[in-house]
Design a protein around this ligand. Structure first.
Ligand code: SF4
Ligand code: SF4
Length: 341
């Protein structure tokens, strides 16, 4: 275990920033935390989590894939990619840190998404243990320990120090950049913080929430449940739940006419949108019930069935906090629970 006095936190950020871009949660003018590139004077947010997850770093909301330049009857195909620069994401919470392994299962499976892969290779994830979980948190339901977050380096912070534990080679690169600032120590302080946070986690309203009944052969029982009608009735199809979700990974690919060529780009899409599955022959999901059902079936049933039981949710609580009609994955899972038996 390594430690750094909080009085030297800005020195750490400056040392890392001198070598590569460093992103960390910073409060915006309205007091909401969002990732921002560190520059002198930027203060690490004290908020539990960012409004948008950290998935943007590896799977950005919009991204150009290829350009086509038209010259007479010739079409030139231009790959706009350049080698990504190394970067660090600091302060990633345990839920978002786990979301990367879920996204990896999608984007790094054959055929590998090389756009995503390049960013993953160049990004160092420095995670931060939670100490003040909110009532919407339920990461422990998915086996995530918020007192021991994954990543390349795990960090803990108390009133006096930042503590760091290196987990990977990339993590070692991170601490090497700040070697002169760090000293050994902190095991006892971290252990006592972990104990206190674990006790707090057990008192949260969703502490006993479980999705275990969605494993196995429940697909048709849940799919045909009449409860979907009631659950989806008020859904506005706004897509907020998918856009704030760290594990939602659906995207659309479109062509934009630049006047003398075409730029093909991809952008996040949402299975909650009415044209998400629109194809030349028509749309196989014509109702909001079908679209709503798809989102939750994907996270609770299809994804674990195809990924060794791993659910497509990390219990970050963003959809619980942000849905304008207060619908969310916990309500859905609890309502359908009886139909899984
Ligand atoms: S569940 Fe809520 S956030 Fe998601 S699309 Fe429906 S209304 Fe919007
Ligand atoms: S479904 Fe909701 S709680 Fe689960 S990871 Fe997505 S936003 Fe977070």
């Amino acid at each position: 275990m390594l430690k750094l006095s909080l009085a030297k936190l800005d020195d750490l950020f400056a040392a890392i920033s001198a070598d590569r871009a460093l992103y960390l949660p910073v409060d915006d003018a309205s007091g909401q935390a969002k990732y921002q590139k560190w520059t002198e004077g930027a203060k690490l947010s004290q908020a539990l989590n960012t409004v948008r997850s950290a998935k943007d770093f590896f799977f950005p909301q919009t991204e150009n894939l290829v350009d086509f330049k038209v010259k007479g009857k010739e079409i030139e195909i231009i790959d706009p990619r350049t080698e990504h620069d190394d970067f660090v994401i600091f302060g990633v919470r345990a839920c978002d840190a786990r979301s990367f392994s879920i996204l990896d299962k999608v984007f790094l499976a054959d055929p590998v998404d090389t756009y995503y892969q390049s960013r993953r290779e160049h990004g160092i994830v420095v995670s931060m243990a939670c100490t003040r979980p909110e009532e919407t948190c339920f990461c422990t339901s998915f086996g995530i320990d918020p007192t021991r977050p994954e990543g390349d380096v795990s960090c803990w912070m108390d009133e006096e120090n930042l503590y760091l534990s290196v987990l990977t080679e990339k993590g070692q690169q991170f601490v090497d950049l700040a070697a002169g600032l760090l000293e050994e120590g902190g095991d006892e302080a971290v252990a006592s913080q972990q104990e206190a946070t674990s006790a707090l986690m057990k008192k949260l309203p969703l502490a006993s929430f479980s999705t275990q009944s969605y494993g196995g052969d429940v697909l048709l029982k849940v799919f045909d449940s009449p409860k979907w009608a009631e659950l989806s009735e008020s859904c506005l199809g706004c897509g907020t739940c998918t856009f704030v979700c760290p594990t939602c990974q659906c995207y659309d690919i479109r062509d934009f006419n630049t006047g003398n060529g075409i730029t093909r780009f991809r952008c996040w899409d949402s299975c909650m949108y009415s044209d998400f599955t629109k194809m030349a022959h028509g749309n196989p999901r014509l109702t909001q019930l079908e679209r709503f059902r798809q989102r939750f079936m994907h996270k609770l049933v299809y994804f674990p069935a195809n990924n060794d039981g791993e659910y497509g949710c990390v219990g970050c609580g963003r959809c619980l906090a942000k849905c304008p009609i207060s619908m969310n994955i916990v309500k859905v899972a609890k309502t359908l629970e009886g139909d899984t038996k």
